[in-house]
Design a protein around this ligand. Structure first.
Ligand code: SF4
Length: 525
């Protein structure tokens, strides 16, 4: 038997390490060490229910365990073969227990491609990763494919950057491959900083080798020799596990000099960011690695021509890179068989806010937001009504209830005034004040503006002042027009994406909930 206990940051915070230790002790007491293996996995995904555990092969899911529950689990379930019903998942709608893990809608309706190893492997074991087809994509690439074929396969997959902008990954790689240079770099953007987003952290904590494999394949495609994972220092567990993975890969000859004896060399280091949101912007991220202040610089030249230390560089997000090994192994066509015409594959979302099932979700592109919130998310707590969903964090927008049938697709989401973003989905029920929500995101952006250019630094400050007075009941009739004019000016003239998208949340609230702004100003509500 295997006991897969969640060891993601969320479950660590709720005490899963103590439960794990208690399990070891209790198993030893009953002399079951030979028959039961306790595996600390990365984030299982159902973050709201931790500490949680899946018993294999019984297919039983236990939630909200405490140290006090352990003796009962071991004696009843492991010794007497009677699973402990009171710790099983309870459906929020029907209030009934769901005995089997695979029957829980939160898991059953997902398509875990990027998250294929979450909750199944020990992220600190390279053997576990290899046992799940790990590094087979890299082997294929190094032994059977030319660099140009790697890029062709990436283009065939149709995968687009999962960091938010959605630029085709294969095309990005082809630009860097065309530029000759003695040194080229592959960077992984793990500077996830959007409020409500935890996809990249969870992937790094659960499956760090998948990211290393993706980076090494990217390096082979563009002929790079060095790579950096830029990870915010607020992610200590992710950093620890990635470093262990790097050391393991080096020790097996899967990273470093002469990988697999093929003559190809590539190595990866971790660079810890200090938590500035703007360092998720590619030019700011590269300047930060160079030891300079993390501020964006104008483009062109683009990083594919002159990136880190002015050398050709590609920067991909964690989620994008985690898919590369499987794309190489199964082919671009396999990946593109799922999704919509212009958005292929799957997308990972961090589902949070006023929703029953908070956690990590992966669905095929083309899935409706309604299905994510209701079928997987289990709907809104306390039988309240859904008001809107904020998609894309502080650069994104809100999508009201009557647009919930929009599907996960870069272009379709943009049509309703939001962006796919990196994948934060914040659900809001009918008691949410949308003007207050817009103020929250603007406050975040204002604090995170690096201050380099006036439209962003000063413009967002003025916008925030206006929003604050509206929220406090001192709004003026001309305020809505002022906000719109400022938004237009900031979007058109800010230097980087942070400023260019800073007004998105407030504009989308104005688009869908203008009446709430007017009620604050004219009715002083
Ligand atoms: Fe800095 Fe904002 Fe200008 Fe970007 S738009 S460079 S964050 S001041």
């Amino acid at each position: 038997r295997h006991l897969f206990i969640c060891g993601g940051t969320g479950c660590h915070a709720t005490g899963s390490l103590k439960v794990k230790d208690a399990l070891h002790e209790e198993i030893a007491k009953h002399g079951l060490e030979e028959k039961v293996r306790v595996v600390e996995t990365g984030c299982n995904g159902f973050c709201a229910l931790g500490p949680l555990m899946v018993v294999h092969p019984d297919n039983v899911f236990y939630q909200k365990m405490t140290v006090d529950d352990v003796a009962e689990i071991v004696s009843e379930h492991l010794v007497h073969e009677k699973p402990v019903e009171r710790l099983m998942y309870k459906d929020p709608q029907s209030k009934k227990r769901v005995p089997l893990f695979s029957d829980i809608p939160f898991f059953a309706l997902q398509k875990p491609w990027t998250l294929r190893n979450k909750g199944i492997i020990n992220p600190e074991s390279i053997e576990d990763y290899i046992g799940r087809e790990g590094y087979m994509g890299l082997s294929k690439v190094l032994l059977e494919m030319e660099p140009s074929q790697i890029i062709d396969e990436m283009k065939a997959s149709g995968i687009r950057g999962r960091g938010g902008a959605g630029f085709p990954t294969g095309m990005k790689w082809s630009f860097a491959a065309q530029n000759d240079s003695d040194i080229k770099y592959v960077l992984c953007n793990a500077d996830e900083g959007d409020p409500g987003a935890f996809m990249d952290r969870s992937i790094l904590e659960a499956d760090p080798h998948a990211v290393l494999e993706g980076m090494t394949i990217a390096a082979r495609a563009i002929n790079a020799t060095e790579g950096y994972i830029y990870c915010r220092s607020e992610y200590p567990l992710a950093i620890k596990r990635v470093q262990i993975a790097i050391d393991q890969a080096r020790s097996l000859g899967l990273l470093g000099e002469n990988i697999m004896g093929t003559g190809f060399s590539f190595d990866i280091s971790i660079y810890q960011g200090a938590g500035a949101f703007v360092c998720g912007e590619e030019t700011a991220l590269m300047r930060s690695i160079e030891g300079k202040r993390g501020m964006p610089i104008p483009r062109p030249p683009f990083p594919a021509a002159q990136g880190l230390w002015k050398k050709p560089t590609i920067l991909n997000n964690v989620e994008t890179l985690a898919n590369v090994g499987q794309i190489m192994l199964n082919g671009g066509k396999w990946y593109s068989s799922v999704g919509t015409e212009n958005s292929k594959g799957t997308k990972v979302f961090a589902l949070s806010g006023d929703v029953n099932n908070i956690g990590l979700v992966e669905v095929p592109m083309g899935t409706s937001l309604r299905s994510i919130v209701y079928d997987i998310g289990g709907g809104i707590p306390k039988k309240r009504k859904l008001k809107a969903v904020q998609l894309g964090g502080p650069s994104g927008g809100c999508i009201p209830e009557d647009h919930m049938d929009v599907v996960v697709d870069y272009e379709e989401i943009a049509k309703v005034g939001a962006i796919m973003g990196s994948g934060g989905v914040i659900v809001m029920d009918d008691k949410t004040c949308m003007v207050d929500m817009a103020r929250f995101f603007l406050e975040f952006i204002q604090e995170e503006s690096c201050g380099k250019c006036t439209p962003c630094r000063e413009g967002t400050r003025r916008q925030l002042e206006i929003l604050e007075r509206i929220c406090e009941g001192h709004g003026k009739p001309e305020d809505i027009t002022l906000i719109e004019e400022l938004s237009e000016m900031i979007t058109a003239s800010a230097l980087c994406g942070l400023g260019q998208t800073a007004s998105n949340p407030v504009l989308s609230v104005l688009r869908h909930f203008r009446n709430e702004f007017e009620a604050h100003i004219f009715d002083k509500k």
